[in-house]
Design a protein around this ligand. Structure first.
Ligand code: NAD
Ligand code: TYD
Length: 350
């Protein structure tokens, strides 16, 4: 069936992989990528597909209500895959309001536009909201987040995402708006902006700069390769049930310090450095306020009900990621010049 899909945040890290996957796999779909091109959005992520016939890039902000209503009337999107967001916990600590604006109000505006455009007939329409496992809060040493875990967000970022999830669900209950929500664990892979742990540390290792580990490094995250997240989104979009939530993860927990040491080992080999050279760059710095101890996803529902599971192991995914950053030095240099330097200086001088 032909579809007209609005993908928001398609110039960002995960969104760019979703846009590419959908364009390659579904040549009969019209794909519209709406992105404000904030510091995290980068059209260089999409140069290989920018001239594909059924692809349209729309520069715009999801908080601009008039503009959002206008593009719904113009393009008549039958589905939305909503990824646009402020996505970095550290930035949410310094500027929480920006997260409310984009993640809460922006999502509300999209929901309203979708509702007002289709409410006379929601058949074959879908609002698919991409969210995070961070809405569940933090785990102690044991246990996993399931779809039934109560929301208990701790950072301004996770609170804004939790709030947007609640609004999506409320629109389903109140207005019968057809929706799906998925909550994914930490992603890594090509094109991730180097403010998040893995690309930031790869960049610092390349440049022989200190590796700033927050606190004692004994925090646990559950890592998923970004292209596997994109295939999960494809699976859920096509086969998920309306008004359901799906957790996405790879049963792949790592303590930060162990992960950083693994990364250092691979980088030493790639850069032909003596063993442990990169590890010597590890520096323990002041902890993140309200730092969640552990995230870990129970991804059994999506496997059981939709047959999805990750395609690569963490070792494979990490090697692909390292190779990509080493082969794409120009991309890395472009995104780490200018404003990135002042962000870095401010964030890490404390
Ligand atoms: P990202 O920061 O790399 O990309 C976000 C994109 O949204 C950027 O292209 C940016 O320009 C765009 N954007 C921001 N504000 C906008 C606005 N007001 N209007 C239009 N576009 C705007 O983020 P990401 O890591 O690709 O995350 C994408 C989504 O997935 C987010 O909703 C995030 O909460 C969720 N998520 C991310 C992870 C992760 O590990 N990165 C894990 C689970 C869920
Ligand atoms: P991050 O990539 O920011 O993702 P999230 O906060 O959404 O999990 O951070 C992953 C983990 O790495 C988290 O426990 C914080 C830690 N971290 C550091 O120790 N140092 C850093 O410079 C960064 C960016 C993160």
């Amino acid at each position: 069936m032909k579809k007209k899909i609005l993908i928001t945040g398609g110039a960002g890290f995960i969104g760019s992989h979703v846009v590419r996957l959908f364009l390659n796999k579904y040549p009969n779909y019209d794909i519209y990528n709406l992105d404000a091109l904030t510091y995290a959005g980068n059209l260089e992520n999409l140069t290989d597909i920018e001239n594909v016939k059924n692809y349209t890039f729309i520069k715009g902000d999801i908080t601009d209500e008039v503009f959002i209503y206008k593009i719904f009337s113009k393009y008549k999107f039958d589905s939305v895959i909503h990824l646009a967001a402020e996505s970095h916990v550290d930035r949410s600590i310094t500027d929480p309001l920006a997260f409310v604006k984009t993640n809460v109000i922006g999502t509300m505006i999209l929901l309203n536009a979708f509702k007002d455009y289709w409410s006379s007939n929601f058949e074959n329409k879908l609002f698919y909201h991409i969210s995070t496992d961070e809405v569940y809060g933090t785990l102690s040493e044991t246990g996993l987040f399931t779809e039934e875990t109560p929301y208990n967000p701790n950072s301004p970022y996770s609170s804004s995402k939790a709030s947007s999830d609640h609004f999506v669900r409320a629109y389903g209950e109140t207005y019968n708006l057809p929706y799906i929500i998925s909550n994914c664990s930490n992603n890594y892979g090509q094109n991730q902006f180097p403010e998040k742990l893995i690309p930031l540390f790869i960049n610092n290792i390349i440049n022989n700069k200190p590796l700033p580990v927050y606190g004692d490094g004994n925090y646990t995250r559950d890592w998923l390769y970004v292209k596997d997240h994109a295939t999960a989104i494809d699976t859920i979009f096509h086969n998920g049930l309306n008004n359901e939530t799906y957790n996405i993860g790879g049963f792949n927990e790592w303590k930060n310090l162990d992960l950083v040491k693994l990364l250092c080992g691979h980088m030493d080999v790639k850069l032909k450095r003596t063993p442990k050279k990169s590890e010597a760059l590890i520096t323990f710095v002041k902890d993140r306020p309200g730092h969640d101890l552990r995230y870990a996803i129970d991804a059994s529902k999506i496997k059981r009900e939709l047959g999805w599971e990750p395609s690569v192991t963490f070792e494979e995914g990490l090697k692909i990621t390292i190779d990509w950053y080493l082969d794409n030095n120009k991309w890395l240099q472009n995104v780490t010049s200018g404003l990135y330097q002042s962000y870095y200086e401010k964030q890490y001088r404390k």
